[in-house]
Design a protein around this ligand. Structure first.
Ligand code: ADP
Length: 515
């Protein structure tokens, strides 16, 4: 992307002024620092290299930094912990932006009785988990597969987890936000000072704004309210493996009604054999580098690790009697279906923790999939949303896997079943030390997006390189949504200081940068 160059003299003056507010020890400008805040999964980390990073600790400091950014007209890129791997990590869309690293803001306030938490952006899933465990609070987190990041950043970017609270953005209740002009607002009931209902009642009075700050560049969230799951009496479910690619169709059509009726309340994520295998083994243990995976290799890997072509974990949470009844209902739905294996799971309060995201325990081992090729790996994600339907999923699988084969890449998909939709998250796993492969990634991604767009499917989230591409697919009435977003952007951020280009939303002074 060709971004209008940022005036580096202004950046240097702004960084100096910011150092005067937060201390120069919290301003990071060495070459090493700039690399540290770049996108470590990209072919060329310099494409989105920031000019430095600043790390405030209080909301007043964030406000002061925003005022300085306005004075010098330099863009800030807010991150919570910046572990947004596959979507850009901590790196900004516009090279030379200053990363606003909120990692040092770590306050946690839990309302045990009501099952809510108010976190600052720097709080990681591991820290919140430890906080709850140390106090033996009967509350569970919902964590993403790779739980290295922050509770707030993940919810704001519409990350997902595996329990019934897995739609993280939907569990947000009340935000504190520094607006691009430095003003401070609290949304929902928090708009009344000292309200006891800030984390309890989402709408507030009049328009409600929480979702406006998700995947947007309209504000810097400095506190985020979230609902937590009361510790259930039991968790039951099945780990299901199926043998053939075509089993995807009936598997989805079996799960979808259970999901729509609320019998299953979490989002079952059906992953292919490679999703499991990429964290367990290395590709070159099975086949020479550069050669496509053959059926016999896939079969051998599956056999060694005893995995299906597709696998899915489904779980239900609550009192024993209810969960046992749900188990019978789900068993009935799978009666006569050609499963390869269907292993029941059962955890009851008092048992040793199961230790997986299904029971709200943070983990980071899925990051190991970046090692698939050995050496320095990485991935970007291609994640279209589809109606929940077995035939549409099969069609999607066939078209997408054919494109993977055409571009010489290893197919790594999953289908997560929501209440009315499916999210088809595909990893474009790559080897950053293979220049030939890295050259193909961009055109491959564009081919995938083109294919989805022809079906009128759009992505739910994307890497910083593709934000304009995806925003452009939302084309109703001459991109009316983008025009609305940018009218709001101009009203709130006339100097264009906050995350220009995020989600394809450009401030007036940088609109010509649109790819
Ligand atoms: P995590 O560390 O949880 O993976 P990130 O900090 O990388 O999450 O955040 C993901 C994205 O969400 C960032 O790239 C940024 O665009 C946005 N974001 C994160 N935190 C904030 C925040 N506090 N205010 C506004 N936007 C944010």
């Amino acid at each position: 992307m060709n971004a209008t160059a940022i005036d580096m003299a202004s950046v240097a003056r702004a960084l100096k002024a910011i150092g005067g507010v937060i201390g120069s020890q919290n301003v990071f400008t060495s070459q090493e620092d700039r690399v540290a805040y770049s996108d470590h999964y990209s072919a060329d980390e310099s494409t989105h290299e920031p000019s430095g990073a600043v790390a405030p600790q209080t909301v007043e400091e964030v406000q002061a930094i925003v005022k300085i950014a306005n004075d010098y007209k330099v863009p800030l890129w807010p991150i919570s912990r910046g572990k947004n791997f596959g979507y850009g990590g901590s790196a900004p869309v516009v090279k030379g932006s200053i990363v606003l690293d909120l990692t040092r803001m770590k306050k946690i306030e839990i309302d045990e009785k009501n099952g809510t938490v108010l976190v600052e952006p720097g709080v990681s899933f591991f820290e919140l988990y430890d906080y709850i465990q140390e106090r033996k609070l009967p509350l569970w987190l919902s964590v993403p597969g790779n739980s290295w990041g922050s509770v707030a950043g993940n919810a704001l970017d519409r990350g997902v987890g595996y329990t019934t609270y897995g739609d993280h953005a939907a569990r947000i209740c009340g935000l504190e936000v520094v607006l691009p002009d430095g003003d401070l607002v609290r949304t929902g009931m928090g708009a009344m000072s000292d309200s006891p209902n800030w984390q309890l009642y989402k709408p507030g009075f009049g328009p409600s704004w929480d979702t406006m700050f998700c995947q947007s560049n309209f504000g810097i969230v400095t506190k985020l309210g979230l609902w937590l799951m009361p510790e259930p009496e039991s968790v039951m479910g099945f780990n299901i493996e199926v043998d053939k690619p075509e089993d995807l169709g009936w598997l989805i059509d079996t799960l979808a009604p259970l999901r729509q009726q609320g019998i299953i309340q979490q989002s079952p994520s059906i992953g292919n054999w490679l999703r499991a295998a990429a964290t367990l083994t290395l590709r070159d243990e099975w086949i020479e580098p550069g050669k496509p995976l053959t059926e016999s290799v896939i079969t051998a890997i599956r056999k060694k690790f005893n995995i299906g072509w597709w696998g899915v974990a489904i779980r239900w949470y609550g009192p024993l009697e209810i969960n046992e009844a749900t188990t019978r209902v789900v068993e009935r739905a799978f009666n006569g279906k050609p499963v390869m294996s269907m292993t029941p799971t059962r955890w009851v309060r008092g048992d040793a923790p199961e230790g997986s995201p299904a029971t709200g325990v943070p983990v980071s081992y899925p990051l190991a999939n970046a090692n698939w090729f050995g050496g320095r790996g990485g991935h970007v994600s291609y994640s279209p949303v589809l109606p929940t339907d077995g035939n549409l999923a099969l069609d999607q699988y066939r078209r997408t896997s054919a494109l993977y084969a055409e571009y010489g890449m290893d197919y790594h998909p999953s289908f997560a079943i929501g209440e009315r939709h499916m999210t088809n998250v595909n990893q474009l796993l790559f080897n950053r030390d293979d220049p030939e492969m890295m050259k193909r990634v961009d055109s491959f991604m564009r081919a995938l997006v083109k294919d989805a767009t022809a079906k009128r499917y759009a992505e739910y989230r994307t890497h910083i390189d593709y934000m304009d591409l995806i925003a452009d697919t939302f084309d109703f009435n001459n991109h009316a949504l983008r025009r609305l977003n940018e009218r709001v952007k101009d009203a709130l951020d006339p100097n264009g200081v906050l995350a220009p280009g995020k989600s394809g939303i450009w401030p007036a002074n940088r609109r010509s940068n649109r790819a």
